[in-house]
Ligand binder design. Structure first.
Ligand SMILES: [Zn+2]
Length: 125
């Protein structure tokens, strides 16, 4: 499994087989992660507060969504419909909050953490 595919599927950064989250993105327990994956015995939370860094990744997502939605809303509604522009600009951030939350953590683990891919780690999966 490629690194890109592992990120898209929310897979373990070490073995790329184990799932990071216990439930679907659309489940009300969307935020629950596996504490440790049985196959490669990797503890995802490298140190206490590690996932606070995901807040900065999520911030990048939100700014990109706000800017793109704002430009699109401004092009559609013009300067007169201010409430329509505000609602259109904010709605993607609200609708995509599970996406932002999960992909921020997944990207943090795959790109910014010291965990390296080990093909032999997930051999027993
Ligand atoms: Zn793993």
């Amino acid at each position: 499994m490629s690194k890109l595919r592992a990120i898209i599927d929310h897979r373990c950064p070490r073995c790329r087989k184990g799932k990071l989250y216990t439930h679907s993105m659309f489940h009300w327990k969307y935020d629950q992660m596996n504490k440790k994956f049985a196959c490669c015995n990797l503890n995802y939370e490298i140190e206490p507060g590690f996932f606070i860094g995901a807040m900065y990744v999520s911030y990048v997502f939100i700014v990109a969504e706000l800017v793109n939605a704002g430009i699109l809303a401004f092009m559609i509604f013009g300067e007169e419909e201010q409430w329509a522009i505000i609602a259109t600009t904010i709605s993607p951030v609200i609708l995509l909050f599970t996406f932002n939350y999960r992909y921020a953590r997944t990207l943090l683990l795959h790109i910014l953490s010291p965990i390296k891919y080990d093909e032999s780690a997930g051999r027993n999966c």
